[in-house]
Ligand binder design. Sequence first.
Ligand code: ADP
Ligand code: MG
Length: 254
Amino acid sequence: MENLPIISATNVVKTYRSRDVVVHALNDVTFEVSQGEMVAVMGPSGSGKTTLLNCISGLDSIDSGDVSIAGQLLRTMSDDALSDYRASSMGFVFQAYNLLPVLSAQENVELPLVLAGNSQRVAREKAVEKLDLVGLGDRIDHLPAELSGGQQQRVAIARALANDPAIVWADEPTGNLDSTNASEIMELLVRLNKEEGQTFVLVTHSEDVGGMTDRIVRMSDGIVVSASDETGDFSSVSSMDSGATTATSDSSDS
Ligand code: ADP
Ligand code: MG
């Protein structure tokens, strides 16, 4: 219990309504992530993993429930305050890298630094430092098209780390990579988690990827069905007793 949760989601509900179809994408989800933890969210396609990431990081709104990040209740923050907070304290990595094709690796990493108000000179220095950190110090002038998929994802990771965020969110970060590149990217993320102490929440389909994290949260049909702790230390899942059990339909826990 000594590790305070940096992320705390309680009874989160998110429903998508498009024309006559109603999708219960998150159906009363409760979970916590401790500071410095690396958590994998796993589950079948369509089970709500991306929705969970988007809702808990404040990228998307929720219908009911509460999300707190570092003790701040997201629903009490204005849109502007929330986007400032995201920009300064969170980094995002996506499956498709999402780099700007006309900008070099360095310029892609500079962008969030300039947006955060750093001078061009400071942005340049920090961008080079982050590209060094991910092993791309010799590729800073390359355009995305001149880099391999694994290298592009490293640039995206450097960009996510640019402002030294407390939390890094990654949605299938290795989904477009072959197994060799996928394990190199995962080794990089694990190293960053250990060395920089940042909290990582990553969505993955891969048991290999999930197995490299501290803990796997499993989702099915919009609910968290288990939050097992791979290390055998259950202190970080205080809100969802007895880890590996299967939650039945709705309500029940807390
Ligand atoms: P996963 O990432 O686990 O594959 P998602 O979170 O993307 O799953 O989707 C969960 C469910 O919500 C799916 O049934 C999906 O079709 C639905 N969904 C996701 N985004 C939207 C949206 N913007 N509008 C309507 N339905 C959506
Ligand atoms: Mg998804």
